[in-house]
Design a protein around this ligand. Structure first.
Ligand code: IMP
Length: 194
């Protein structure tokens, strides 16, 4: 089975290929599938945004499609930045903005979680959305140089996500969790198809 991933982000493609190749599933980027879409992500939930991205590609090619949408939800900020995670501050200043907005919040109230929703649309147009998350705590300063986005301030145990190697992060991350749920779903889906 071939699945088109509604992204050209090489990191997401690599992670999806690692997870889905044992099922004999080939993951194509939208570029490889010959489509170029960039829909407005104007949903109010991760699920809505993942579906917006998946539908935009599916409508053009009618092949199986997956799309994911992620963000950081901080309890003391009532779930912000949430679906606005990418737009919370100018690129490169996300961590600084979050640390500034949380400077009065004590250690025990700095709990947070990363969330990923992954949408799958099969060839017939049937839609499925699955969610993965990863709990952590927002630190008081940036730590580490790996990763991207909020990784330097997201503490997973003793280390920030930016201090983990990519494989260590994938093993526990929200995106990894959502992709592994999709793996289980697709495994059953393929069995039903045969
Ligand atoms: P996307 O939907 O995967 O593009 O994620 C939206 C935004 O959430 C990104 O621009 C990042 O700011 C943030 N984000 C999502 N996943 C991660 C992660 O694993 N580490 C750090 N930031 C993330």
């Amino acid at each position: 089975m071939k699945i088109v991933m509604a992204t050209n982000n090489q990191n997401k493609l690599r992670e999806a290929r690692e997870i889905f190749s044992p099922l004999g599933i080939e993951i194509l980027s939208q570029k490889e599938a010959g489509v170029s879409v960039n829909p407005e992500e104007n949903g109010t939930t991760f699920a809505e945004n993942a579906l917006i991205k998946a539908r935009a590609v599916y409508e053009l090619i009618h092949l199986p499609v997956i799309a994911d949408d992620s963000g950081l939800c901080v309890d003391a900020l009532n779930g912000a930045p949430g679906v606005y995670s990418a737009r919370y501050a100018p690129e490169g200043l996300l961590c600084e903005a979050l640390l500034e907005n949380m400077k009065e919040i004590p250690a025990e109230q700095r709990t947070a979680r990363f969330v990923t929703d992954v949408a799958f649309i099969d060839e017939s147009g049937k839609e499925t959305v699955l969610e993965g998350d990863c709990p952590g705590v927002i630190g008081f300063e940036k730590r580490g140089t790996n990763g991207f986005g909020y990784d330097p301030v997201f503490m997973y145990g003793e280390k920030s996500f930016a201090e983990l190697e990519p494989e260590q992060k994938n093993a526990v991350s929200h995106r990894g969790a959502a992709f592994r749920k999709l793996y289980d779903y697709l495994k059953n889906y393929q069995q039903e198809e045969t």
